[in-house]
Structures are given as structure tokens and as C-alpha cells.
Design a protein around this ligand. Sequence first.
Ligand code: TEU
Length: 556
Amino acid sequence: MNSKHTNWYKNAVIYQIYPRSFCDGNNDGLGDIPGIISKLDYLKELGVNCVWLSPVYDSPQKDNGYDIADYRDIYKPFGTLKDFKKMLDEMHKRGIRLIMDLVVNHTSSEHKWFKEALKDKNSPYRDYYYIRKGKKNGKKPPNNWTGFFGEGAWSPIEGSDEWYLHLFAKEQPDLNWENPKVRDEVVDILRYWLDMGVDGFRCDVITLISKKQDFKNRFPSLALTGKDAYVNGPRLHEYLHMLYERAYKDYDCMTVGESVLCSLKDTIKLVKPENEELDMIFNFSHTDVDNLFGVKYLHRKFTLNRFRNSLTKYQLGLANGNGWNSLFIENHDQRRCVGRFGTNDKELRKESSKMLATTYFLLSGTPFIYQGQEIGMTNADYESIDDYQDVELHNMYKLTQSSILYRTLIGKHLFEVSRDNARTPMQWDDTEFAGFSKVKPWLRVNKNKEFINVKESIKDVNSIFNYFKELINFRKEHQAIIDGSYKVLHGHNSKVYSYVRENEKESILVISSFSNKEIKNPCNNDLAGYVLKLSNYKENNLILKSYECRIYVKEK
Ligand code: TEU
């Protein structure tokens, strides 16, 4: 391998910032880059050493920045390129790296490439997208594929018999990666930011960039008709390796790809170091355990066995040089973890948050913390559809209003799984707008800012925030978490997840109770030689209390 990579990401703890909702520096109701700069000392205090920044590029914000109109500029209400460079510099000064969100499966329909493509049939930009003649003299879409936001995957081009492909909102036309010019553009974009000093990319829906070119109808499915044509398409690995060769290789950067419906076999192909594609991917199999077929609206009961099995599959599957895991239980598309995965976001919120944190944080891989997770923020407390902003939620809501089938199938869980649950403004203090802004924010603040907020969390020695700090420090001090093996203990226990991380020097035993009641600790006979290092309860005995977790270490 001839690259500049030092693999620093293996020692990283990454904090995801969703810029709209993090901190409003100029009091216009929207988070921004100056706001982020003002909170860097807070991140330093928490102990994270890398930030993943959700998109800040120029964008009409139909999908909150995942619709990019200019890849080389900043969305004005977030700040300027000068602000961005200052933020990067201030992060680096504090030993915090920055990875950007790279959204190149699609652009915004306001991107100049798309506008040119629509304006002129002979424009070279026309082949940057998938534009096809519709069926029935242009009255029907070219095929029956459907996309991720509950719509057909094609929209008509006004005044013509042609349609364009979009796997997300209609304002997010898909790029045609078959066109070598599109690939050149992406390489240029990558090098532009890497040359500026950014440390890597979180690659949005990267496993969708290659499509089967037959564009034939597929067997209809309630969710994602056509997925076999656009998920892990035929040239995906070729494209990813090309990006590595032409960009990533020349910088000490990291990449994490967002994968959709990715098996272990596919995952290994994407992250095996020799393949030189991606350093790790976000795999959603463990967050999908409470739904059916990866469709979050089709709820099924959480079971610890499914959760543990799914994490274990990837922990073991990526061991022995097969690749590296990303570790996460929240992000801007998921609901909040506390109250989910069998836990409690009311009277046992603190215990639950700390236990969940412990469970995923000490697995093998790089942990990600989503803003607000470190203070145990909970789902939105909205009562009306008008409080919600997300394009996905509104599309799905329309569907449930127009079809009894959809209403029956998904209506019940629509709000519970809404992406806005994780997008409510960050709760910095208990003032009217939670210290996020001095004016009414773009999305309503959760009323529980009265008692769930950063100010309170820093003061309280037993807070979730202070527990996260301890976890991060613990991770830094124990190499077995980075390079140790993974072994599950009592793998059939339906209430307790316990595992051991071990290298030649030490062995770390993690015990997490997913029960809201007191239960017998199944590991009582496994503790010889172990010393307790961290727990979410002050006193620990033979019984595990509700959502109790413990970390033990045995030196060899
Ligand atoms: O998400 C991709 C993706 O798979 C999600 O749309 C997922 O299906 C949905 O959120 C489940 O609720 C990425 C981004 O993370 C998301 O915010 C964007 O909307 C999407 O890509 C399009 O860029």
C-alpha cells in the first residue's frame, strides 16, 4: 500500500454535529458555523477528537443540506468559507479533526449542472443525470422504481416527454456516475476540501451510486421497488477504489460510507483494507432490529437477542483484518436512543443512557456520538404535524392521508420514528430557547430543556455528560478496546448483554442490563481477578439493578 494513511480513526471518538440544530451564533433561529466555533471548548471538554459535520454546503435546504447546490461554497445562513476555515483551524488547534459530509449520489435540483441539463437538450450536463423518455408517450415514468421518501423514483420534466431519476426527494436528482466527467467532478471536490485541510468524509448513501443500466421494471415491493438495481450496483467497488486512488490515498484522511441494506459480505468488500475503498461503513442492521425488512415504519418489538446477534455478527465478521466497524446508536436520521432498545426515557433516563453508551462504546470500532446524546436528549414532544419540518415525514404523512393501506401499515408509528426527533435544537440551558438561540428556532425546542441541558449536565457529577467523559477517557487508556478480541458471554440471556474485549495485556468485561427490573447478574461466576472500573450505579452487588452497567478490567 502506498498511501499517506496513519489510520488515526482507530483512536478517534467522533461527534456528529447537525449544524441547523447545534448552536445559533447570529440569532436568526438557525444554527451556524460561528455557533459551532463558540462550542469547541465544550467538545474539547467532552474529550472527542473528531467532528463529523452534516452538510454545510450551499443548498436550498429541501433536505436540510443533503441537497447541494454548490459543493465549493457554504450555505450563507451558516456562514462563509472564511468562517469555515476559521472553524477548521480552531478545531485543529484543539486536536479535533473534521470530517465533512459528502453527498454525491445526488445534487440539488438547484445545482447549476441540473439547471443547465434542463435548459438545453445538447448541454454536456444532460448526461450528468439520468434523464429518460417516459412510457406512454412520456405520460408514465420510464420504470416502476420507487425511492426512499415514499415517492416514485422519477419526476417528469415539464414541457417534455422525459423524466429524471431521484432516489430521494424530487429536488435531489441522482448523478450519473457512468459518465466519467461526473467522476472527475467528484474527485475535484474531494481534493478541494482535502487541500483545505479537512480530515475525511462521511459519504452519504454511497452504496447507491452505481445503477444497473437496464432501467427495467422490477418486482413491485412496498418499500424500494428496484433496490436490486440501485443498491450495491455493478460498478460500486470500481468507483470507490477510483476515489481512493485519485484522492484519498494522497492525504492522511479517513472515510466512513453510509450503506443501505448491506450484508456482511458486502460490508467486507467495502472495508477490507486491501480493497482500498472505505475505512468503515455505517451499517444499520442493529438499528433495524425493531423494524421489519429495514423499513422503520414497520415496527416490531425490540429483543436483546436480535440486537446482540446483529452487533456480534459484525464484530466477529470484521475481525482478523476483514475491516473496521463504526459504532453508533444515534444520528440525525434515527430517533433518540434513550427510550429505544428496551430502555426508559423517563424516570430511568440517566441509567438507560449510560448503559446504552457503555454497551456500544467499548465494542471494536470507532464510536460516534450524535449531538445531544451525551446529555440524554429525548425524542421531540410535538403534538401537531405542523411542528414537524422533515421532507420525509411530510411525504409519508401525505401517503398515509391518501391511502388506507399506508395508513394502516405505517400510520401508527409515523411520528415515533420521525427524523425530527433527533433534530430538535441542542439544549444548552433552561432558558426559553434552550440557549440554542435568542429567537424562536427553526424547529421547536423540547420542553424538557428545563432539566435536560448542558449547563445542568456539566454541574452534576453524576450526569450522563460526565459519564461520557469517563467512558472516553477509559477508552483512551485501554488498548484492548482498540485491538482486543471480542467474545460474548451468556449469549442467550435475554436481559443482559455481556462481552469481553481482550488483548495480551488485559481483559475488559462489559455487563449491561437491558431490564427495567432487578435481575441476577449472569456473570457472577466470571468475575475472578477482575476489578470494577466504571458503573452507572454507586453500589454494585450480586443483583443487577434496572439498566445497570459495569466495566471490569483484569490485568494479565
Ligand atoms: O440517508 C439515507 C437513508 O438511507 C435515509 O434516507 C434513510 O432511509 C431514512 O433517513 C430513514 O429514515 C442519508 C442522509 O443521512 C439523510 O439525512 C438524507 O436525507 C439522505 O441520505 C439523502 O441524502
